[in-house]
Design a protein around this ligand. Structure first.
Ligand SMILES: Nc1ncnc2c1ncn2[C@@H]1O[C@H](COP(=O)(O)OP(=O)(O)OP(=O)(O)O)[C@@H](O)[C@H]1O
Ligand SMILES: [Mg+2]
Length: 366
């Protein structure tokens, strides 16, 4: 008898723990798992459990709608700890397939949760986005939330960390508690803020406690929600935090073809030969982030508007011929610019280092 109790009690305790949180999807999963595990030793219990599961509604309990309850605030300052990202994406993110494919897979798991549960599996519930600034981490989180038709709640850890450290742990708990019971995608932005705050050695104890809070909260995150964290400095993160995430996606600065695609989307309505411009500019912008490129184009647009000149005139100022352009590519570039009457032969020589004579001969041949 005792051995039977010993065998069942860990699962019973786990069930009690999950049941107290009121998350039906997690309870169902545990029951599925338990019934599989005890199929041989307790066949009657297994049959009864399966019958129960089949009777129970398969949908997750309706969680509170985010509009129904006020957002959590810092108890002292009364400042809001979370923000709801409302803006719609103006364009789709351009993502490398090693990032896009796992995201699509995670979305499709969400759509097919019932089939996963039948096999004792859960949809991906946590992802970590790493990469330099301005390459689409926040944008991808928005995109995922849009595809899931859920609001994106953002907790900016850098902002929360700036408050009194002793309060930060509680604040993180409020926020995660709120998000767990709300239909949403939660983004923990600037996750490395926790690791960066090492300015005062007296704070080390507090920081350790904070990391523990965060680990507990991530572990306890329900399968019904999606938790995304983003960081520019993955190497600063405590490896224990890093390991908690089911998927880690590395975002990178755009490659030349990606810059081309991005610039084409930005300029196609505004310049005469967008294909040519994106070819040229993609070489100049190599090494820059999407947001840097977008900023430069917006500045050029503004400057063209103020001076009432065609956008081409201002974009040409953005051309920096990169060192990694071969001699042949420089000639090609000079010819395009001269042929399109974007710059004179002399300016083309200055820009590309190709002698005017060569440019003249080559452009005559075209
Ligand atoms: N992959 C992308 N595809 C298309 N546009 C992008 C992409 N990445 C960034 N952008 C543009 O740059 C803006 C800023 O990007 P985003 O906020 O997603 O960067 P981030 O990676 O979160 O940077 P940070 O680390 O600074 O938070 C976006 O709103 C979008 O206009
Ligand atoms: Mg961001």
């Amino acid at each position: 008898m005792n051995s039977k109790i010993n065998e069942l009690s860990p699962d019973f305790l786990q069930l009690a723990r999950i049941a107290l949180t009121g998350r039906q999807q997690d309870i169902q999963l545990l029951l599925h798992r338990t019934s599989k595990k005890f199929r041989n030793s307790y066949p009657e219990l297994t049959d009864a459990l399966i019958a129960l599961l089949q009777e129970s509604p398969s949908k997750a309990i309706p969680l509170r709608k985010q509009s129904e309850s006020p957002l959590p605030v810092d108890l002292d300052s009364r400042l809001q700890l979370l923000r709801i990202e409302k803006s719609q994406l103006e364009h789709e993110p351009i993502l490398a397939s090693k990032v896009l494919e796992p995201l699509k897979q995670a979305l499709s798991e969400r759509k097919n949760t019932a089939s996963l549960l039948k096999h004792g599996l859960l949809p991906t519930k946590s992802m970590l986005f790493t990469g330099p600034p301005g390459v689409g981490k926040t944008m991808a989180a928005k995109w995922v939330a849009e595809k899931m038709e859920k609001p994106l709640l953002v907790l900016d850890l850098a902002a929360v960390m700036s408050s009194f450290l002793g309060r930060t742990g509680n604040n993180i708990r409020y926020v995660l508690d709120y998000a767990k019971n709300t239909e949403c995608v939660l983004l923990l932005d600037e996750l490395d803020a926790i690791a960066k705050r090492r300015d005062d050695s007296s704070e080390i104890g507090e920081l350790k406690r904070l990391v523990t809070v965060l680990l507990q909260e991530i572990d306890d995150w329900p399968a019904s929600g999606l938790l995304i964290a983003a960081t520019n400095h993955p190497n600063l993160l405590d490896p224990a935090i890093w390991r908690r995430f089911e998927i880690v996606l590395e975002f990178q600065n755009p490659t030349e073809p990606q810059i081309e695609e991005f610039i084409y989307a930005l300029l196609k309505e505004e310049v005469k030969s967008p294909q040519i411009w994106c070819k040229i500019l993609s070489k100049s912008f190599l090494g820059k982030s999407y947001s840097d490129i977008e900023r430069l184009i917006i500045l050029a647009r503004k400057s063209a508007a103020i001076n009432d000149v065609p956008l081409e005139n201002k974009i040409k100022d953005l051309l920096i011929v990169s060192d990694n352009l071969s001699h042949e590519e420089r000639i090609k570039l000079a010819c395009i610019l001269v042929n399109e009457k974007i710059i004179s032969q002399r300016q083309a020589q200055e820009l590309t280092g190709i002698a005017r004579n060569t440019i003249r001969k080559k452009t005559n041949k075209l």
